[in-house]
Design a protein around this ligand. Structure first.
Ligand SMILES: Cc1cc2nc3c(=O)[nH]c(=O)nc-3n(C[C@H](O)[C@H](O)[C@H](O)COP(=O)(O)OP(=O)(O)OC[C@H]3O[C@@H](n4cnc5c(N)ncnc54)[C@H](O)[C@@H]3O)c2cc1C
Length: 431
């Protein structure tokens, strides 16, 4: 549907919201054909087209250096991260302040020009790129730390120096921005520990479609002074306005981390493992992820990453962090022994060195990147009670067996959130 929200034209494709993973900023070389947008059922709203008068207005507001009209440069803003969708915007505006965003939206609203806000353009459902000729308002020059406000990786580095950590941690952290994270209500790898952005965004500033600035900035943890409008912007995908500033609650960084990569023989064993780990390590647990054998095969085949334990139908990644490394390790070993004795896990390895931890994490974080190498991706982000969430994978695998190249499942088992992804060599609307 081509959603009309005042002048903010937003687009949603019918294949769910999405998640997951690749390696930070590394965007792999693109080797297959870029497909024209699949928003084939969407018709252009009754918006005006860009004229030279409009361009003159934007030039006088931003200066020509913050307007992109060059065809080659525009391409990166018109194509999504998965290379599945392509828009036809002929202009990208790069404001630096909330007031400039306000002027842009005020003008577009008056002139009936459609707009597409864009952060790091790492969204996986085509929401960040225009469908037609919408004006792209890129937030790339607004990634300044005011009191912690930036792309998450830069922000993470900044707060790490002060021994804090940012609650949202995605595989896309090298490219995505806080405004984009808020607008997609991104979950990520540490949701099990720190909760969702609804609990971690303390305040924000946003520009509404008519140019009005909504100031919900707040840095206090408790605020019970009536309606909390900021929550409307968390997950609103740019339909309500453009987020220009945010205050994020950051947490003291745990000095020591240990990661276990475990092999399970059935999904029932994955659930048993998850249950025990959650019950027994509640204060230390910072991540609880799973991947199935097909997801592991994808990173092994396409990225040549080796799986550090013997082959299993399922793998579980457990991360714990706390302030005492020997206590962490002792606790982890204790419960892994318990899991082994009960045959919930059959093999496993533990890493405590940062470089080793990175190796284990990259198997999980780079699945999206590995899938990207196989052609077209169909990504489903499903939240279901744990007891049911793998069933959907089995059913769909059976239905799609002859039609897809790969059908994989991985995700945040700690949150009951599975990423079910399939690939085909060429784009098939049926999926
Ligand atoms: C490798 C990889 C791993 C990922 N892992 C996760 C994950 O674990 N969890 C998860 O939830 N997602 C994940 N994603 C998806 C994506 O990274 C997130 O959705 C991210 O939050 C998007 O941020 P962005 O700055 O790139 O936004 P964009 O992709 O640029 O935009 C996403 C949407 O937000 C809107 N938008 C962007 N900035 C603003 C703004 N300032 N104001 C208003 N609207 C705005 C856009 O119009 C669009 O609708 C992953 C993606 C990749 C590539």
């Amino acid at each position: 549907m081509h959603k009309k929200c005042s002048t903010i034209a937003k687009h949603f494709i019918p294949i769910s919201r999405v998640l997951y993973s690749y390696k930070g900023t590394e965007i792999i070389p693109y080797t297959y054909k870029i497909h024209k947008s699949t928003f084939s059922t969407v018709t252009r709203g009754n918006y005006n087209s860009l004229t030279s008068k409009d361009v003159n207005f934007f030039s006088s507001l931003l200066g020509s250096s913050r307007i992109i009209q060059n065809v080659e440069e525009l391409e990166a803003y018109n194509i999504d991260w998965l290379k599945s969708h392509k828009g036809s915007s002929s202009i990208v505006l790069r404001p630096k302040t909330t007031d400039e965003v306000s002027e842009i939206l005020k003008y577009c609203n008056k002139q009936k020009l459609a707009v597409c806000p864009q952060g790091g353009n790492t969204g996986l459902v085509g929401g960040s790129i225009p469908i037609f000729d919408e004006i792209v308002v890129s937030m790339s020059l607004m990634n300044k730390i005011i009191h912690f406000n930036d792309t998450t990786e830069t922000l993470e580095n900044f707060v790490n120096e002060k021994e804090f950590t940012v609650p949202v941690d995605l595989g896309a952290k090298g490219s995505c921005q806080i405004g984009g994270n808020i607008s997609t209500n991104a979950g990520g790898l540490r949701l099990i520990r720190y909760g969702s952005l609804h609990g971690n965004v303390l305040g924000l500033k946003a520009v509404l479609p008519n140019g009005d600035i909504l100031d919900c900035m707040n840095t206090m943890r408790k605020n019970n002074t009536g309606y909390d409008l900021k929550h409307l912007f968390i997950g609103s995908e740019g339909t309500l306005g453009i987020v220009t500033e945010a205050a994020i609650l950051c947490y003291p960084k745990s000095s020591d981390t240990a990661v276990a990569f475990l092999g399970c023989n059935s999904f029932q064993d994955v659930m048993n493992t998850a249950k025990i780990v959650r019950q027994k390590l509640p204060q230390l647990l910072s991540s609880l992820e799973m991947l199935d054998d097909q997801a592991a095969d994808t990173v092994r085949d396409n990225l040549k990453l080796s799986i550090p334990i013997s082959t299993h139908p399922f793998y579980v990644l457990v991360e714990i962090s706390g302030s005492d490394s020997s206590y962490n390790e002792q606790k982890l070993n204790e419960y892994l022994r318990f899991l082994m004795e009960h045959n919930y896990i059959n093999d496993g390895t533990i890493a405590t060195e940062p470089s080793r931890i990175k190796v284990l994490w990259s198997i999980r974080e780079r699945i999206t990147e590995a899938l990207l190498q196989e052609g077209c991706g169909y990504k489903y982000d499903i939240s279901l009670p744990l007891s049911d969430f793998y069933k959907i994978v089995e059913v769909m695998r059976e239905r799609w067996v002859k039609r897809v190249t790969r059908c994989v499942a991985y995700g945040h088992v700690g949150d009951g959130n599975v990423h079910f992804n399939a690939t085909t060599r060429t784009l098939t609307q049926k999926f």
